[in-house]
Design a protein around this ligand. Sequence first.
Ligand code: SF4
Length: 245
Amino acid sequence: MSAEITERNLCDICGQLLFICVYSYMKPNFDLSLILNRIEDAIKPYPKAAMFELAERGYGSLFEQLISCIVSIRTLDETTIPVSLRLFDTARTPEQFLALDIPTLTQILYGTTYPDQKAYTMRGIADRIVNEFGGNLPADFVTLTSLKGVGPKCANLALGVATGQAAISVDIHVHRVVNRWGYVQTKQPEQTLKVLETQVPREQWVNINRLLMPFGKHICTGTLPHCSTCPVLDYCEQVGVERHR
Ligand code: SF4
């Protein structure tokens, strides 16, 4: 009886059938630093993740990062960046946001998902910063996640980018990539965050989102990931990958 030969039972490295291929039995010990270094090189041709790009352009305060992250919710970076820039042309501080009415803010947010809901969220955040924190947003996770509309992903991303605090932001790309590696086995991003916080050295926490977001968007894509040219194929278990390029 002969087994069907498909792409799934051929080695990505040498093209041999997996049961006679030596590479398929030779996964090296997982080396996160080396993997992140390779990914750093691989993503150079691609745009930076939106929050990091905005910080480089001078919009790196904690408040601005938080606001941009809210813009980015269910919105592509290609939209997040121009909308954030348009927004910051009008208002950059909590006080300036409070001076905008909801219809004006909604209009500026046109192009993102749920612009009116995001306008209320931003006004609510600005109001608490001004009236509860005297205009200065405390740079801590508990305070940020107490703001209505701010979840762990945005809180950690804003803290990491704006303040350099060790913080891991797990978006859908990070969650997918580390599960495919076999580095974590989790169902939800919130679980992934907890596991990564126990496994990733703190000096790499901010790099996780900075590197894996563009890596997941352009190389380890949701459908048909680019495994055959992937720089970390030799370390990856390809968990759940049934078809790839
Ligand atoms: S080998 Fe494939 S599944 Fe693994 S990280 Fe690379 S692109 Fe993703």
